[in-house]
Design a binder for this molecule. Structure first.
Ligand code: PRP
Length: 181
C-alpha cells in the first residue's frame, strides 16, 4: 500500500494490533465464554476491530451494531451524540460488551451506555481498542483497553478523517496541516 501523503507516522503497527487483539480476546474469553454475550459494535469506526476480535473468540456470542454520529466531518466532538441506527436485537438479560475503536471525550459511550442500561442487560461493559484519557470529558472508563494513546489525530484500522483512511491496516497519525487546513 502506498504511503498516504497526509500521514505523519505509524503509531500502532499491524503486528502490534494483531498481538493486542489476541490479548484482548483472551481477556474477553475469560469473562464471557459460556455466557453467550451480545457484542455490540459502534459504527462506523469499530468494524475492523470487531471483525478481528470476534474471529478469535471460540464460544457462542451474537453480533450487533449501533451507529452514532457526533463528529460528522469535524475533528473535535460536538458533544451532541445522535443515534442513527439502533441495535437489532433485544438485550434484556444479556451480557453486553460494547466494542469501540476509540474513546476520546467519552460523550459517545456515555450516551450509548445511558440508553442501553435502560434496557436491563445482565451486564454492560466496554472494550475499546484506543483510549485518549487526556481528552476525557464524560465519566466513562473502558473495562478492556488496547492502547492508551497521546492526543493526536489517528486514522486507520477503521478510524477515519472525513471518511478517508479507514482501510489502512495500521493506526497512523495524521499531519496537523491535513486537518487544520
Ligand atoms: C468516533 C469513534 C467513537 C467516537 C469517540 O466516532 O469511532 O465512536 O468518535 O469520540 P468521543 O469519545 O469523543 O465521543 P465518529 O463520531 O467519528 O464516527 P465514525 O465511527 O463513524 O467515524
Amino acid at each position: 500500500m502506498t504511503w498516504p501523503e497526509d500521514l505523519d507516522r505509524v503509531l500502532v503497527t499491524e503486528q502490534q494490533l494483531a498481538a493486542k487483539v489476541g490479548e484482548l480476546a483472551e481477556q474477553v474469553r475469560a469473562e464471557y465464554a459460556g455466557k453467550n454475550p451480545a457484542l455490540i459494535g459502534i459504527l462506523t469506526g469499530s468494524f475492523v476491530f470487531m471483525a478481528d476480535l470476534i474471529r478469535r473468540l471460540d464460544f457462542d456470542l451474537t453480533v450487533d451494531f449501533i451507529a452514532v454520529s457526533s463528529y460528522e466531518d469535524a475533528t473535535i466532538s460536538s458533544g451532541k451524540v445522535r443515534m442513527t441506527k439502533d441495535c437489532s436485537h433485544d438485550i434484556a438479560g444479556r451480557h453486553v460488551l460494547i466494542i469501540e475503536d476509540i474513546i476520546d471525550t467519552g460523550f459517545t459511550l456515555e450516551h450509548i451506555c445511558r440508553i442501553l442500561k435502560h434496557r436491563k442487560p445482565a451486564s454492560l461493559k466496554l472494550c475499546c481498542l484506543l483510549d485518549k484519557p487526556s481528552r476525557r470529558r464524560a465519566q466513562i472508563s473502558p473495562d478492556y483497553v488496547g492502547f492508551e494513546i497521546p492526543d493526536e489525530f489517528v486514522v486507520g484500522y477503521g478510524l477515519d478523517f472525513a471518511e478517508k483512511y479507514r482501510h489502512l491496516p495500521y493506526v497512523g497519525v495524521l499531519k496537523k496541516e491535513a486537518y487544520q487546513a
